[in-house]
Design a binder for this molecule. Sequence first.
Ligand code: CDP
Length: 204
Amino acid sequence: MGDGFSVAIDGPAAAGKGTVSKAVAAHFGFAHLDTGLLYRAVGAKVLAGMDAIEAAQSLMSDDLDDDSLRTPAVAQAASKVAVISEVRAALLDFQRSFATRAGGAVLDGRDIGTVICPEAAVKLFVTASAEVRAQRRFAELSAKGITDSYETVLADVKSRDARDMERVEAPLRPADGAVVIDTSDLSIEQAVAQAITVIQEKRV
Ligand code: CDP
């Protein structure tokens, strides 16, 4: 266990958290954890017939290394298991120890600044309009050969946002002290540059 510099990045579905997190991690040499993958891996196991709590308690790092976790069906399953408090509890220690590793860490998700890492040195809330987010996710899925329509993708984004914001445990909201970056009208480069500027200011 170290006491490294940690960056918490939260936000709604397909807001660009992953892109910003990876770029920030590469820029500063921090490790990166996409915590959505933990919930997606549990969701995928539930779709395969397993109990959600057992799946979360027995999760292995190999389970995260699977391209099929990026499908809309798995995303929906992820947001359903994510309301279960035992599932969230089972994934807590792994995320907390990742956050405090020496050398610095960036974690992205829904509850990083509020629950996992309230002491993070920097908290960002990356967001965009539902339409812009759905357009980006639609383009991403189309490039992978997934043929869902834009309307279907928009409905998926909105229903997951509602479930994520309305749940009792660890609901999606900006953490106290979070800097909000609305990427609706920003390029990837501009969003990344804003995030780097905020982090740089806290590092000195
Ligand atoms: O990539 P995208 O933003 O579409 O989703 P994700 O970050 O992979 O997260 C999938 C789902 O996992 C979310 O809709 C949440 O329900 C859940 N999740 C969560 O509850 N807490 C986290 N820290 C990360 C994800």
